[in-house]
Design a protein around this ligand. Sequence first.
Ligand SMILES: Cc1cc2nc3c(=O)[nH]c(=O)nc-3n(C[C@H](O)[C@H](O)[C@H](O)COP(=O)(O)O)c2cc1C
Ligand SMILES: [Fe+2]
Ligand SMILES: [Fe+2]
Length: 405
Amino acid sequence: MKMTVYHVDRVVRDLYVLRVDDLSTKYFEGLWEIPEGITYNSYVLTLPDKVVLFDGWKRDYAEEFLEALERIIDINDIDIIVVHHMEPDHTGSLTMLLSKMNKQPMIYGHPMARSMLSSFYGLNNIKFVPTRDKMEIDLRDERILFIHTPWLHWPETIVTLLKERGVLLTCDVFGSYSIPRKLFDTVLSEDEIRKYLIYARKYMVTVIGSYRSHVIPAIKKLDELGIKPSIIAPAHGLIWKQNLDIIINAYEDFAQSKYDEHKVTIIYTSMYGFVEEIIDTIKDSLEKHGLTIKTHRFTDKERPMISEILTDVDTSKAVIIGISNYEASIHPRMESVLNILIKKIKARKPTLIITVYGWGDAAKALVKKKLENTPLSPINTISVKAGSKLQQNIIEEFLGKIISA
Ligand SMILES: Cc1cc2nc3c(=O)[nH]c(=O)nc-3n(C[C@H](O)[C@H](O)[C@H](O)COP(=O)(O)O)c2cc1C
Ligand SMILES: [Fe+2]
Ligand SMILES: [Fe+2]
């Protein structure tokens, strides 16, 4: 039997959070390995004469979502549903909720959300209210301000400010992977927060990596609107009540692709150990220079997580890539890693490429072409015949370049 863990708690006054802990999603978006899990946070505001629901959970948890809602309200009391973002990790439970209600709530969302609600879920006869950017609604005990934040994470994404309560509901923005021990930052230790931020960066890079240029403008926009929330309540992970700056700064660092000056990530394929042998000699030199190395290898024994590779590259100063020639091309595992890296990495990473071959190096030209004019465009691409050694001066030359860069 499925045992679902969820939490219902008060955030402030009459605002509640409903959080479900999802440990069954192994590959978020069918792609990102998350053994640490993820949460979906929905919020309910229970004003004396209006009940407002913000977002929902993934469809897998729709039944439990209704159960959780019933712990605070009668679902038929919901007057307004705010859809911040159409991605089904937040809207998947909507159809079941609406089908169980005996009235039609107003659904507020970005203008684009209307046709998506119709096509995703067949919701055509709904009372939909398109939000305009900076539109405000007055519910007597609370004024809700809608702010459009396109591309965080889809084009139709909005955030809302509960003006009286000082709560900024941010959906994906300021969210993270993992299942924090508690709902709020106030009860976690510094060490727990530090570990949480590693998952947060992984979430940012994997989910919003391609659109990171939209983060700073969105934060600026909130600043210019004079928005200084006392609580940040995202739809994944921790709710920030105390140290809001920590998560805002983490998002700013990510937006600017901030990295660790001493970190180098090595990624390689090795079918029978030839590439590995070469990489091991490079590692010795890197360590002598006091660099921190993160290694990810695809071998007959290991298959690293793409989500971790991407996070490590994003937070590294430089990258070293070892490639096995495979049927006159780049080893297919590396081909797919490179495809993801060039999609998500946005800052220049000095890269050293080593291609290893048995009878003729086809991978070298292919990888050069693939990476040219990308942030990973190689400083040097070296071809080595299986069993031969890499010349030490090539490593030293690369090291010199990354240390002085
Ligand atoms: C399935 C397979 C396909 C290969 N295809 C090529 C090839 O097209 N061209 C080539 O020069 N070497 C090819 N090789 C040889 C390897 O690229 C070479 O042995 C290389 O050093 C592999 O290093 P590794 O064992 O660390 O992966 C192939 C090897 C295997 C096992
Ligand atoms: Fe999303
Ligand atoms: Fe999400």
